[in-house]
Design a protein around this ligand. Sequence first.
Ligand code: HEC
Length: 302
Amino acid sequence: MFASRLAASSRSAARLFSTAAAGSTESTGRRAATTVATLGAAAALAYSVSLTSTSAVHADTEAEGLHAPHYPWNHKGPLDSFDHASIRRGYQVYKEVCAACHSLDRIAYRNLVGVSHSVDEAKALAEEMEYVDGPNDQGEMFTRPGKLSDYHPRPYPNEEAARAANAGAYPPDLSLMVKARHGAEDYVFALLMGYCDPPAGVEIREGLNYNPYFPGGAIGMARNIYDEVVEFEDGTPATASQIAKDVVTFLAWAAEPEHDDRKRMGLKAMILLTAMSGFSLWLKRFKWSVLKSRKVVFKPNA
Ligand code: HEC
């Protein structure tokens, strides 16, 4: 908009210039006018680009949240698998802290088997929960302890109940959270650890909390990770950052349970394809050797 208006004004200036120059050396005048107009348009464009880009930077930090720093996750390298001890600790954090508000719809107890828990441990975890099942012979629903095939229960029966308990904010399902946010693991970690006092002049509404990493800065979730908010069974010191790192590793696994297999398959495929490409190169040279080494001689009849 701005650029086109400036360009239009410089065009009319050029028209004025060319009218003034008309008469004596009309063609030179017009050429000069065109040059002035072009320069004017270019300047207007450069100015408007600089204008939009600076305002965009301001809008970004405020509307899209602070960019999360990059953390050295142990599963990020092309050949790295998840740290499964960390997944196990992270599951404990989810269960003891996050599960009070967040559902984990896509993870069944059987998914934990062989990843973070043994079959018996996962069975025991499932049995701690009650599930409604049925109907029985009398047509009535009944409750029973959980089984390996059950999915994690939701903390609230529906979205309205969840909002009512959280001052209107809806705690989203965490199964795919790491994949669903720009910045992935880095973002979730920075969010959990990033609570601080709002800067001077920033007003946060009652019931909301200031977090610079959350788009808009005001988040419905209060800080809930502190030193020793859980006690790890493997003796790992439960500092706040350790707890956040473990729960994010767990959520990264929940969002991509096939991660370790995918990388192992990828490595196997690369090894196989490399060997096969070497062999096919040799085969190609072998098959073509007759043609490549022949000599065509032209002998005209004397
Ligand atoms: C007391 C309830 C409560 C607890 C406990 C809780 N959260 Fe939340 N969480 C919320 C609410 C409410 C929101 C929605 C905030 C909003 O939209 O303003 C939320 C949002 C989130 C989001 C999404 C932020 C976004 O970008 O939209 C993530 C990620 C998250 N929580 C992770 C966690 C993790 C991990 C834990 C456990 C360590 C946890 N939460 C514990 C209530 C809770």
